[in-house]
Design a protein around this ligand. Sequence first.
Ligand code: PNS
Length: 172
Amino acid sequence: MTNDGKSLAVYPGSFDPMTNGHVDIIERGLSVFDEVTIAILLNPEKQPLFTVEERVEIIREHYDGNARVKVDTFSGLLVDYAERVGASVIVRGLRAISDFEYEFQMALMNRRLNARIETVFMMPAESYSYVSSRLVKEVVQLGARVTGLVPSIVERRLQEKYGPPPERRKRR
Ligand code: PNS
């Protein structure tokens, strides 16, 4: 709970970039919690496609005007961040059994670190069960479209990074 009595969940991740699978989980989170804070991990070891600033900007633009969705960055332990912002729940998406082992380990480690923070798993619509940020980047880099798999602003920003898909180039 936040100071004003609202239930707050943190939805952490890399979001490089945000996909419609993430959007689906955020919507499900909003159906249960008053506020969802999207918390982007600052990870100096990873070489992301989008800088943290770009990811924050993209997500803020997508959720422009939705006061129940906040965007933030964090470093260090996730449970420390959650406690700091007054969230007692961490939301994670489970797409398939293959996600389970890693998520299970993280949830139990986080519980050991801070038993006051609960991890809640949510399943996205089946239509997004195969969608990942990694595959989205690969597919766009190799010249195909990802319309419907990512928000339109993400699709635009991917095209700015990689150039438009080949079919569109021909029409010019
Ligand atoms: O979307 P991702 O990249 O799978 O998200 C992973 C994330 C950010 C949830 C995870 O790496 C994380 O929580 N990092 C913070 C460091 C931490 O708290 N580690 C110990 C708990 S397992």
